[in-house]
Design a protein around this ligand. Sequence first.
Ligand code: NAD
Length: 300
Amino acid sequence: MSRIAFIGLGNMGAPMALNLVKSGYKVLGFDLSSARSQQAHARGIPVARDPKSAIEGADIVITMLPTGKHVRMVWSGLCPLAEPGTLFMDCSTIDVESSRAIHEIAKEKGMLSLDAAVSGGSGGAQAATLVFTVGGDVPGFNKARPLFERMGKKTTLCGGPGAGQAAKLCNNMMLGIAMVGACEVFALSEKLGLTSKTMHEVLSTSSGQCWAATTYCPVPGPVPSSPANHGYKNGFSAKHMLKELKLAMEAASLTSSSTVLGTAAAQMYTLFENAGNSEVDFSGIIKMIRGAQNEADIPH
Ligand code: NAD
């Protein structure tokens, strides 16, 4: 059975590592923050004193870090120290350019490599229901396949280096645009005197159908599980959506792609975040779109 080094034991990394421990893998984690390392240790994840010790004897190294800069730094430091043939797999959400660059770093040192971005948030990490979009070669993918099954519910090999990260950013750009669209439609329909129940029913059964409106409905009532019914808490935060949109816009700029709606959505989420809504669920942007309209006046 593989021996796994897990670098980055934050909100996502710790529960992912724990699921591997629970599945019987020998895992040795590391986090720069001693508080995070101690918390992980208390939850049952063995922790190394430094990254070099974490990768000793490991045949798989997983990184779950904040940005491309962090991932490049860690892979540059660890790839020269690992046994050739070790699989390096990055699950962070980072820019496509960095994602491609880390594959090059790994290749130069004779390592297998994957970018394996995740969707599903910390709830999905805990419940092992993450969705992985993966980029890299088939041998690396086959080696990681059992791990995906322990940490998630669905995995797609999207193509070569960086393809997993690219697919995740494109999907989330679609989601950001769709949510802004759904919020504009619900806000308009309220002003036209339609109830949210009626509008939801029409959207769910007509050509305007989309996940943001029908499954993650941004107004309270029609979908009891959506964050709109829970004060726009505990969902996918606006700051995470903005991070995804910014990375997608960076990729668009590098490839001279026209993304008029993606740019508009990024601007709207920037306004929303700057108004103090970083931690609010991203569907809460409907409040900004409505303006200062009183929630109590809205027909449900
Ligand atoms: P986090 O800030 O909770 O955890 C990141 C951890 O990395 C921190 O504990 C930090 O101390 C550690 N770290 C930073 N540099 C390090 C280094 N050089 N060596 C070792 N450890 C280092 O972030 P998170 O919420 O766990 O997210 C991690 C990644 O996953 C991000 O790229 C994020 O965008 C992505 N992501 C997050 C979510 C989510 O809902 N939180 C969902 C999907 C993807």
